[in-house]
Design a binder for this molecule. Structure first.
Ligand SMILES: [Zn+2]
Length: 436
């Protein structure tokens, strides 16, 4: 028990409840118990802990299942009644005064990447539980029903949240996860029922809104000494496999002027992608991250090169226009030495903008707490992008020290975590008043 709990208990016990208003504190003064969140983060880090100081708590592992059981106990201590849905998500509903309203959701995930850290997902999950516990301790009842959610297998491809948004494609359940189990086996392992996945689906308008608190996973807030990131949206991602075709020939006997060197074209392509992406104002990014030349011998002019192309931006149409320009310039590069470029689309993640009202709610909540804030995109994917298809979405970032994430050295300061949880608490209360 901390001093504050002791004080309020003594007041409640000695002075008598009759002398006190039903809601002990004006809602604007409510604060989470930061020590309790940080103690829970430390306790959760024991499940799947690795020698480097982080965790390897991949979805569907024994550590994942044990960590989920511990978190469900903490939810019960917060006067919640958690259930596991057919998709394996942990969901706890807290009744509101107006039961006909759609639920307001908030939460995150607790699975990690292999050899991951102790903050990605955990901060948002444990803060969501803390917000519910703070409400319970101060008898705060919202108008909307609240749902505290812990999505399963975020790191393997947002499986839990995409099951709810109805975006799982046929065959995806056979994907082999990092645990070695297929997603289908994994869902059963953590207490879901993969044969009833359809029952968890919700449609657009089924939720009043969704908030997620998360670590930034980049270094912008830390570098600029800012407290809170108000997420503009989660960037769209498109990836292609690019095949450059030339003509394989002898490296000793083929004159320089007669070569159709696929690797030379690919090298010009890499330079061009960087130039095109940088020539436009904005925060879009473009990457060639993988390249292979065939046949791949020192004495053979490469006849074929296969490389990747990835483009990201908050605006899908900007990705499309950059790609169109890249294709045009690649054609010109190919014409220089009679090589050709062909593209196969590998992966698309459409951009998920946050809701303007939710951004304002988060920004006002942070301002009310005297915290500095920055409007920023999320370059990483989150469960929030699946929820954005169902209703208004808002995301809160806190600083990641040194911008390190998906690694054991991932770290967020306890005070920043507490700030984030207080912004989440105030945002939930404000959204409860403002949203339908
Ligand atoms: Zn995460």
């Amino acid at each position: 028990m901390n001093r504050r709990d002791f004080t309020s208990m003594t007041l409640g016990g000695l002075a008598g409840m009759a002398l006190r208003p039903r809601v002990a504190l004006a809602q604007g003064d409510l604060k989470v118990n930061g020590n309790r969140i940080n103690a829970h983060i430390k306790a959760l880090s024991e499940f799947g802990k690795n020698p480097e100081g982080g965790v390897s708590r991949v979805a569907y592992s024994d550590a994942d299942r044990a960590g989920r059981a511990a978190v469900m106990e903490w939810m019960k201590a917060a006067k919640l009644d958690p259930v596991i849905d057919a998709a394996g998500n942990i969901i706890a509903r807290r009744a509101g005064t107006e039961p006909s309203r759609k639920p307001l959701l908030f939460g995150s995930h607790i699975d990690s990447v292999p050899n991951g850290g102790n903050y990605d997902g955990d901060v948002g999950t444990l803060s969501a539980i803390e917000v519910a516990q703070t409400f319970a301790e101060h008898n705060v009842v919202t108008r909307h029903p609240l749902e505290i959610v812990i999505w399963q297998n975020e790191e393997g491809g947002l499986f839990g949240s995409r099951a709810v948004s109805g975006q799982i494609k046929p065959g995806e359940l056979q994907t082999v996860s990092n645990s070695g189990k297929t997603v289908e086996q994994g869902i059963a392992f953590i207490g879901g029922d993969p044969s009833k996945l359809d029952t968890v689906k919700r449609k657009k308008g089924d939720i009043a809104g969704y908030f997620e608190l998360h670590i930034e996973q980049g270094g912008i807030l830390d570098k600029n000494n800012e407290n809170i990131g108000v997420v503009e949206g989660i960037v769209g991602i498109k990836q292609w496999e690019v095949t450059v075709t030339g003509f394989q020939n002898h490296a000793g006997t083929t004159a320089m002027a007669d070569r159709h060197d696929a690797l030379l074209s690919a090298a010009r392509f890499v330079e061009m992608v960087n130039r095109v992406v940088r020539s436009i104002s904005g925060r879009q990014v473009g990457t060639v991250g993988r390249i292979q030349a065939f046949p791949g011998a020192p004495n053979v002019i490469p006849g074929k090169v296969v490389c990747s192309l990835e483009l990201r931006d908050l605006d899908d149409s900007k990705i499309d226009s950059m790609f169109a320009r890249i294709k045009r310039e690649a054609k010109a590069i190919g014409d220089l030495n009679q090589t050709t470029f062909a593209y196969t689309e590998l992966h698309t993640n459409v951009a998920a903008p946050s809701d303007a009202r939710m951004r304002k709610i988060i920004s006002d909540a942070a301002a009310g707490l005297g915290l500095t804030r920055r409007l920023m995109p999320s370059g990483a994917g989150h469960d929030a992008q699946a929820m954005a298809t169902l209703g208004p979405m808002g995301m809160i970032f806190i600083p990641s020290v040194g911008g390190i994430s998906h690694a054991p050295k991932e770290f967020s300061r306890p005070a920043d975590i507490t700030n984030g949880a207080n912004v989440l608490l105030r945002s939930v209360l404000a959204a409860d008043k403002l949203l339908d």
